[in-house]
Design a protein around this ligand. Structure first.
Ligand code: DX5
Ligand code: ZN
Length: 216
């Protein structure tokens, strides 16, 4: 399976974002994972569509935009216009999930749904045939640097089963590092988000180390 690496911008140096994003791109990452938090759906705030649009001009790597916001439908067009290539929406957010997926697709962006640790995979079943990506949260959303929740591994495995032969990417986010990477890949994840691990020290070495573990 083709395993993709998506460094999470949340752990970048926000005083040097252009430099850090170029580093991500130069070292062969597949997507840039962009965490959008509204201080309401999660107890943390990051950036909005205007900032994403500015960052979009600095690199060509696909932007994978993870919306941790209460009312995603209100902002989908703006994030699409800002240059998102993939937009994922939490199934726990307020409002009409089908309307969100429709809005994303209408903008020509790849749609995905996210499930938090306490949410059952059952809720995404009705949407499966429309999804380009499913994101399994392996920590409670809101902050980088948390520990991987071990029960996530079984959920990833179950999700891979659920996907069957559909061409849906299975993304994992939260607590992925040199120790947890092997388990999530073996369970069937193919897009690996990692923030604190990849941005600590040398990005090139860290991505190289990730690729080595994935190939084992
Ligand atoms: C958490 C975010 C993650 C976060 C992951 O709510 O969605 O993308 O940046 O950070 P690490 O890899 O440090 O757990
Ligand atoms: Zn994320």
């Amino acid at each position: 399976m083709n395993i993709k690496i998506a460094p999470s911008m949340l752990s970048a140096d926000f005083a040097n974002l252009e430099r850090d994003l170029k580093e991500v791109e130069k070292n062969g990452a597949d997507y840039l994972h962009v965490d959008i938090m509204d201080g309401h759906f999660v107890p943390n705030i990051t950036i909005g569509p205007d900032q994403v649009a500015q960052l979009r001009k600095t690199v060509a790597i696909p932007f994978d935009v993870h919306l941790m916001i209460t009312e995603p439908l209100k902002y989908i067009d703006q994030f699409a216009d800002a240059g998102a290539d993939i937009i994922t929406v939490h199934v726990e957010s307020d409002g009409d999930i089908q309307a969100c997926l429709d809005a994303i697709v209408k903008k020509g962006v790849r749609p995905g749904l996210v499930v938090s640790p306490d949410t059952s995979l059952e809720v995404i079943k009705p949407y499966l045939d429309q999804l380009s990506m499913i994101l399994i949260m392996c920590v409670y959303p809101g902050f980088g640097g948390q520990s991987y929740i071990p029960a996530s591994t079984e959920k990833i495995r179950a999700c891979r089963q659920l996907i069957g032969n559909r061409s849906i990417e299975l993304q994992v986010d939260g607590g992925i590092n040199f120790n947890t990477l092997k388990d999530v890949v073996e369970a069937g994840a193919n897009v690996i988000v990692s923030g604190s691990c990849l941005f600590k020290g040398d990005m090139k070495e860290n991505i190289g180390q990730f690729r080595k573990i994935i190939q084992r």
